[in-house]
Write a protein that binds this ligand. Structure first.
Ligand code: C2E
Ligand code: MG
Ligand code: MG
Length: 881
């Protein structure tokens, strides 16, 4: 039971804690202490701004109200106010309805009496017979006056009339009209009190001077205060008219023959100390030499042993900062700037005012007395609110000048946290950056060194890494057991047409993977960009020669399962032994293996090992490369023409331009000897332009002579299709030679339009054909039927001529089936409105067969071999047209 009670008690307590108001309100209020009642005096007042009035918040204000209230508090009475006119109030007072009436004048009539509250405040009237009240009032007024003698003046200052008019005499006005400009000197280097920036006087004193200038309708110039002699001299000679800010040190003024005006500003001083050093019992005071307060305050209050002098105020602050001195006195107006701008952040001020002084304008005693009088009047005319707003504005502007250093000093923990956070963020950003960079590099590396279709290493990778891979196998190399193997699958193009490309690739890659596992002597591999040739770095396996290992590789890979279909492949393999000691380049080794493989294809073998003859060829290729540019410039390349003819009439229809190289170093070379190399090194592009220009030149020369010009075809390397600016250059050539459209035919092989990466026809192929035709070239599809997508090409590429390869002709001779195919190809070409030509006609039988199959045009040794241009036009053509 008691447990339950305790729980309930706890719940009530909790509820009281959570909901103090509703439950608390129900509790009885605590008993109040008994108040002593004070007598209430009824006061009737005349509402008058500045004297006795209610402000916009309904609060009583005014000099008479405040003074009377203070007096009442000394009488231990409270006051109850009611407004009325002076007559009403006085009548009520006489009738005993009021006790006190503050008035402007003394009233002694109608049984009333008055007491003075002081000049500018007025009187207070009461019933003359109320002696007790008179005594109480007199005592209270006397007490206020003796205890707070300045109180009345504070009130006067606070409630002084808003505006004292500026009334200048005619002489004073004349003085100003005559002077127009007053020159002044002022203290400097004490922002925001008074300072110069870029020669301009700024700060509180400057702003006050501006008001004075405006009021007097003159301008005032200001210059920094010079040494005391220079200053006196300038004042005495009338060079300057006054000193804008002088301390109210009348002794100094007398010594320097200066009159001081009525003060216009009060300056308070505070002590500045070092927070790191506790104040000793006898603190050392730092004084700026020559400063007024040394005499009036410091030296007066401290023994000379405690006073240390420094040249400037800044030196004093530095001394306290460094611990040399303990206290320096500085103005409240400048203390913030002194501490922050100087960076003395260990200094502080307790804030209480230690002493004050007034600031006056100093006028030379030798100057025109009108000036002193004008300035005094103007200072009286200055409104306290004007000065107050200047002070507030400058104090506010100083608040913004906290330095970063100050921020750190006053918020060390926040600063450390912020720096820590910044550092962490920086670390994070750097981490992210490096991670991204690594990721990006990895991606780039992958892109640069991987074949996109198969994912195998590409030739760039193999060429770059081969030397390192070879040097890792230095022992095998020394034993002559390292070799490079180049492998191509025969009829790969056909396979790509037959099988699904993806399936074919997957099967081939799987076979390659098996082969790698089974033959650990395949050390590394890479694939060429066309995806037609694999290269391996190999070592002779135990108990096998290089040849035997390669033969095993060929045997193992003969049957490859594509999907579920076992398919037979013929490998063409080129082998290149890595020389045991010679320093050879990777690309040379790969080129040699390639050449050996090409030799295997050319000689219809499975395998060929690089030998002296191929080495000779290789060197010849290198020589060709070193000579080709010079050869082009020296016009060593010649254009030969092979006629094309009408099979039915045997008339010459045109010719094909075929390049020959008459080299002084290498002898006379047919294109078969160099074209392949130039295709690989890109030189074919420049050579083609050269041939085209020569052919245009020949055509143009014949036209100029009025001779008949037959269409001449020019071979175009497949490299042009991807060449930057190809169409522009072709247009330029046509524009330059101004030939009739159709006089130049371009022979492009169908494979030129295949993108090797996708193995698809390039998307822009049809556009290129269109553009070339629009420029004025006819287009001929060279070596038709040797590629692997001839039919789809026909569908997409609107060419003018179909040039059927001689291989098809030879096949047609051998089998009726192939003959049938050729017949249909010819018919198809014609149906597509193409001119059909078969090249490589060598025999009469071939010619007859083609006529029988419906072919119209031919080209071949049977009719004429390629010949020099001169021979073609001068000897051949006259007999065959
Ligand atoms: P192509 O464009 O197919 O030129 C026909 C080739 O077959 C020429 O070989 C020609 O001499 C040869 N030919 C003509 N009739 C017969 C024949 O009855 N029997 C045999 N066996 N061959 C015949 P050529 O002049 O050696 O040119 C070979 C290849 O070089 C050309 O094949 C062409 O692809 C390329 N070529 C020649 N000149 C240039 C050229 O200026 N630029 C480019 N890019 N390639 C060129
Ligand atoms: Mg050709
Ligand atoms: Mg051809």
């Amino acid at each position: 039971m008691s447990k339950l009670f305790r729980i309930l008690q706890g719940l009530v307590f909790l509820a009281l804690f959570l909901y103090p108001h509703p439950l608390g309100a129900a509790l009885p209020p605590p008993p109040l202490p008994k108040l002593q009642t004070v007598p209430v005096l009824r006061v009737g007042y005349v509402p008058l701004p500045g004297v006795f009035f209610k402000d916009e918040h309904g609060l009583y204000k005014g000099i008479a109200f405040e003074y009377l209230s203070t007096v009442a508090s000394y009488m231990n009475c409270s006051l109850d106010f009611s407004p009325g006119t002076e007559e009403e109030n006085l009548e009520k007072l006489a009738a005993g309805e009021l006790d006190l009436v503050p008035t402007a004048m003394a009233h002694e009539e109608q049984g009333l009496a008055s007491l003075s509250l002081g000049p500018s405040i007025g009187y207070v009237a009461f019933q003359a017979e109320n002696e007790e009240l008179r005594h109480k009032l007199q005592a209270a007024i006397g007490e206020v006056d003796s205890l707070a003698p300045y109180y009345r003046f504070h009130l006067l200052e606070r409630y002084r009339p808003m505006e004292i008019p500026l009334s200048l005499t005619a002489e004073e006005k004349a003085y100003l009209t005559e002077k127009k400009v007053l020159h002044s000197l002022t203290s400097e280097g004490q922002p925001p009190y008074t300072y110069f920036k870029d020669g301009e006087h700024l700060g509180i004193i400057a702003d006050i001077m501006e008001i004075i200038a405006k009021d007097l309708d003159i301008s005032i110039t200001s210059a920094p205060l010079q040494s005391s002699e220079a200053r006196l001299h300038a004042m005495n000679t009338g060079e300057i008219d006054f000193i804008a800010d002088l301390y109210d040190d009348y002794n100094w003024a007398a010594e320097n023959e200066v009159w001081l005006t009525k003060p216009y500003l009060k300056i308070d001083y505070v002590a500045v100390m070092n927070r790191d050093h506790p104040l000793p019992d006898a603190p050392v005071i730092a004084c700026a030499r020559g400063h007024f307060y040394n005499r009036t305050y410091t030296e007066y209050h401290y023994p000379s042993s405690q006073v240390r002098y420094y040249p400037t105020m800044q030196d004093c602050l530095r001394a306290v900062h460094d611990g040399e001195a303990d206290i320096v006195f500085t103005k409240t107006l400048t203390v913030q700037n002194d501490i922050y701008a100087g960076g003395y952040l260990n200094l502080y001020t307790p804030g209480s005012v230690v002493f004050s002084h007034f600031v006056s304008i100093g006028v030379s005693r030798h100057a025109d007395p009108r000036l002193f009088s004008i300035l005094n009047k103007e200072i009286s005319h200055l409104h306290t609110q004007q000065i107050a707003s200047i002070l507030t504005r400058h104090a506010h502007s100083m608040g913004e000048s906290g330095t970063l250093f100050a921020l750190i000093y006053y918020h060390p923990m926040k600063t450390i946290a912020l720096i820590g956070l910044g550092f962490l963020l920086l670390l994070l950003a750097m981490g992210l950056f490096f991670f991204q960079k690594r990721h990006y590099h990895k991606k780039l590396y992958h892109m640069a060194y991987t074949d996109p279709l198969t994912g195998l290493h590409n030739m760039a990778w193999l060429t770059q890494h081969l030397p390192e891979l070879i040097s890792q196998q230095s022992r095998l190399r020394e034993e002559g057991k390292l070799f490079v193997m180049s492998v191509t699958l025969d009829r790969l193009a056909f396979m790509k047409e037959t099988f699904d490309l993806k399936l074919l690739m997957e099967s081939m890659l799987a076979t390659l993977q098996d082969s790698r596992t089974e033959n650990p002597w395949l050390l590394a591999d890479g694939i060429n960009s066309e995806g037609t040739c694999l290269y391996f770095l190999c070592c002779e396996p135990e108990g096998m020669s290089m040849r035997q290992a390669a033969e095993k590789f060929i045997r193992d890979g003969t049957v490859m399962t594509i999907g579920k279909v076992p398919t037979i492949f013929t490998h063409r393999v080129g082998l290149m032994p890595v020389p045991p000691d010679d320093d050879v380049s990777a690309s040379w080794l790969l080129d040699c293996a390639y050449s050996a493989k090409m030799e295997a294809i050319a000689t219809d073998q499975n395998l060929f090992i690089y030998d002296e003859r191929l080495a000779e060829q290789y060197h010849q290729r290198q020589e060709m490369e070193s000579l080709m540019h010079k050869a082009l410039a020296a016009q060593e390349f010649q254009v030969w023409l092979q006629p094309k003819y009408d099979l039915a009439t045997r008339n010459t229809l045109g010719a094909e331009a075929l390049v020959r190289w008459e080299s002084p170093e290498l002898g006379f070379l047919p294109p078969g000897a160099f074209m392949d190399l130039f295709e690989r090194n890109g030189f074919a592009v420049e050579l083609d332009y050269y041939v085209l220009e020569r052919v245009c030149e020949i055509q143009s020369a014949r036209l100029k002579k009025g001779l008949p010009a037959l269409p001449v075809s020019v071979n175009q390397s497949g490299l042009h299709i991807t060449e930057q600016g190809y169409l522009g250059r072709m247009r330029d050539i046509m524009d330059r030679w101004k030939l009739i459209p159709g006089l130049i035919e371009l022979e492009i092989t169908e494979t030129a339009f295949i993108d090797f990466t996708t193995k698809e026809q390039r998307e822009d192929a049809a556009q290129i054909i269109d553009d070339l035709q629009a420029i004025g070239y006819s287009l001929s599809m060279d070596d038709f039927c040797t590629g692997y997508s001839s039919l789809s090409m026909l569908q997409n590429l609107p060419m003018n001529v179909m040039k059927i390869d001689r291989d098809i002709l030879w096949e047609a001779e051998k089998s009726p089936r192939s003959m049938n195919i050729l017949r249909h190809i010819i018919a198809l070409g014609k149906a597509l409105s193409m001119s059909v030509l078969v090249e490589g006609i060598e025999t009469k039988e071939q010619e007859e067969l083609l006529i029988k199959l419906g072919c119209d045009n031919g080209q071949g040794f049977y009719y004429a071999r390629p010949m020099p241009v001169k021979e073609f036009y001068e000897e051949f053509l006259p007999k065959h047209s």
